[in-house]
Design a protein around this ligand. Structure first.
Ligand code: DQA
Length: 147
């Protein structure tokens, strides 16, 4: 059973990027924790980050045939712009949770709209890097129920 965690643009800079907003945990640290969380519960957890919209679309399409049963995605800036990534998620019909480190709703107005939230099983915003862990925990409990 497999969970895919996707990270959008600029999240490779976590740790040094606007730490007052996004915290000081690096993407590698986040990913390592999530892989361990999955493994402890018997799940393979794969991670992927890209700054390129098309590569994220390609990775989502690949998830259709690689055994992925649940997706956790922080689309980052593509949250507010990407019909292509939205359509990819709808197209593969794999349930997903949308994650944001920051509480996008208390930030600039352009961050208040998401192309993903109405398709998502759940949305996490403002929990910092812990939000990924909560989302993976939710995915595991969903998958454990359907197993
Ligand atoms: C973000 C919020 C987005 O508005 C922003 O463009 C990001 C990160 C977050 O995790 O809080 O890059 O998705």
């Amino acid at each position: 059973m497999s969970i895919l965690v996707l990270h959008g643009p600029n999240l490779n800079l976590l740790g040094t990027r606007e730490p007052q907003i996004y915290g000081s945990t690096t993407l590698d640290q986040i990913n390592e924790n999530l892989v361990k969380l999955g493994a402890d519960r018997g799940f393979l957890l794969q991670t992927f980050q890209s700054n390129h919209e098309g590569l994220i679309v390609d990775r989502i399409q690949q998830a259709r045939t690689d055994g992925t049963q649940f997706i956790v995605i922080n689309p980052a800036a593509f949250t507010h712009t990407s019909v292509a990534i939205r359509d990819a998620l709808a197209g593969v019909a794999i349930p997903f949770v949308e994650v944001h480190l920051s509480n996008v709703h208390r930030r600039e107005a352009f961050r208040h709209h998401s192309y993903f939230s109405d398709l998502a099983e759940a949305v996490m915003a403002g929990f910092g890097s812990a939000g990924y862990g909560y989302a993976v925990d939710f995915a595991i409990s969903r998958l454990a129920k359907t197993a």
